[in-house]
Every structure is written in structure tokens, then in C-alpha cells.
Design a protein around this ligand. Structure first.
Ligand code: SAH
Length: 248
């Protein structure tokens, strides 16, 4: 901590039917340290505590028919009201496969907030009135369907918390990462220089910083073009880089 002025903390409130799922991920490594230092604060709220149904039911059959059960709005509304009592300004996010894309840009945006509520769905999803009226946005962590929002919430907390100043020890390590400049990160190598005949690219041990930077840029471009051609449209390329990518 350099000074108390620059100290920032982020608070998450997570509304879920499975709070025990969160025991592991936040007790390891970077996130554990962030919690101990008070930079990351996570409170878990069991949705069942907020249902008025005497059997603890939080879901029901969908209007219009169809398979499975849909989560009721009422317990979610009541849980949110409880959370907002002491965090009235909290930014509220519903995890949903039909939400807007959660990406590095969104993670950066969320990392600038101080209080965030994450709502985890289960079963066939959640009564649409939650998305329409109770939340600031709905976010999807990818084009696939998970069985619940908990793993998505963990991904969001992890990606967002590590962008809070001080959580990752060396801020320089964040700048070069995948997606930060629109590209995937360049390939990295470490000792040994030769592993069973697999050698690291010569230029990286040349000590020539300018050449190394040029190689890293080219390697990042090639990797992005190969693995994520969808990202290439937004990358400004020099004529030489255009040529290079044509051959690869
Ligand atoms: N029937 C829904 C899927 C429900 S999956 C549909 O087709 O859209 C159950 C819960 O898992 C969702 O309410 C949501 O909270 C969570 N979930 C599943 N996939 C997700 C994803 N890609 N991103 C974020 N949350 C997801």
C-alpha cells in the first residue's frame, strides 16, 4: 500500500442458491490476498432466506408452457432490497447467457465501481421482469450455457478484482495482457532455453530490446489472426504487418 489516499476497495454482494460454491475460489492466491488486504470484499446472500414461501420454493413453471422451472421475481427483489439497504448505489448485474458480452473492456468498466451486486440464476433462468426492472445490466460470460450463474459470477469477480489497483502486485503485468490493446498476448517462454530440443525463439535471448518488441508485436498479431480473426478488424496495421499476415 503506497498511501491511504490511493487505497481502493471493491465490494461484491452475490445473490445465489449455492453460496457454498464460492468457498474455494476466493481463498486462493491473488483474490485471497486481496480479501485479506481489504481490497476485495465479498458477501454471499442465500436466495432461499428471502422467499416468503413456507417450503423455501424460489421457482415455478413457466407461463406459456415449456420445459423446466423459472425463478420467481419476489425472492430476488427482496434479496436486492436487503442488500441495497446498506449499499443503495450498488451497480446490479444479472448473470445470463442472453446478456451483453462480458469482456475485458466491461471488466475494466466494472473495476471502477465500488459496489456491485451479482445475481446468479439456476434452472431454466429467471422471470424476465428481473432483467427488465431490477438490474442495471445483464451480462453473459460467453456463448455457452452453464447450469448456474455461480461460475459466471466467480469469473466476473476474478476478472474485475484483479484490475483494482494494488490487487495484482505489478501493474505493468496487466498492460501487456490479452485484449488490453485489442490483441491476444504474445507468446511467453521461460527456462530452460532448450527443452528436449524445443528451443525458445533466438531473438528473445538476444538482449536487443527493439527487436524483441518487434517480434512480440508480430507474434501477437499472428496468434490473434489465427485464433481470433474476429478481433482483427479493429486493429490498425502497417503495410508491412498486412504483408506478414498474408503469408501466415
Ligand atoms: N434457459 C436459459 C439458460 C438458463 S441457465 C437460456 O437458454 O438462456 C441457468 C442460469 O445459469 C442462468 O439464469 C444464468 O444465471 C446462468 N448462466 C448460464 N450460462 C451463462 C453464461 N454464459 N453467462 C452468464 N450466466 C450464465
Amino acid at each position: 500500500m503506497s498511501s491511504t489516499d490511493s487505497f481502493r476497495a471493491i465490494h461484491f454482494d452475490i445473490i445465489t442458491l449455492f453460496p457454498e460454491m464460492f468457498d474455494g475460489p476466493f481463498r486462493e492466491s491473488i483474490l485471497d490476498r486481496a480479501r485479506q488486504e481489504g481490497r476485495l470484499n465479498v458477501r454471499l446472500h442465500h436466495l432461499r432466506d428471502y422467499t416468503l414461501n413456507k417450503h423455501g420454493k424460489v421457482d415455478d413453471t413457466p407461463f406459456g408452457g415449456g420445459a423446466g422451472l423459472v425463478m420467481n421475481i419476489e425472492p430476488i427483489d427482496r434479496a436486492l432490497q436487503a442488500v441495497k439497504k446498506d449499499r443503495p448505489g450498488a451497480w446490479t448485474v444479472l448473470l445470463s447467457p442472453s446478456g451483453k458480452k462480458f469482456d475485458q473492456k466491461k471488466a475494466r468498466e466494472l473495476s471502477e465501481k465500488t459496489e456491485i451486486v451479482l445475481i446468479c440464476g439456476r434452472y431454466e433462468g429467471i422471470d424476465e421482469r428481473v432483467a427488465q426492472t431490477l438490474v442495471d445490466e445483464d451480462l453473459s460470460i460467453g456463448d455457452f450455457v452453464l447450469s448456474g450463474g455461480e461460475i459466471a459470477a466467480m469469473a466476473v469477480v476474478d476478472a474485475v478484482a484483479r484490475l483494482v489497483p494494488g490487487v495484482v502486485g505489478d501493474p505493468a503485468s496487466l498492460e501487456e495482457e490479452s485484449f488490453e490493446n485489442g490483441l491476444l498476448e504474445y507468446p511467453q517462454y521461460t527456462r530452460p532455453r532448450d527443452y528436449a530440443g524445443l528451443e525458445v525463439p533466438e531473438v528473445l535471448v538476444s538482449g536487443d530490446h527493439k527487436k524483441i518488441r518487434a517480434w512480440q508485436r508480430q507474434a501477437a498479431l499472428k496468434k490473434t489472426a489465427r485464433n481470433r480473426p474476429d478481433l482483427m478488424a479493429d486493429i490498425p496495421l502497417t503495410p508491412e504487418e498486412r504483408e506478414l499476415l498474408k503469408d501466415s
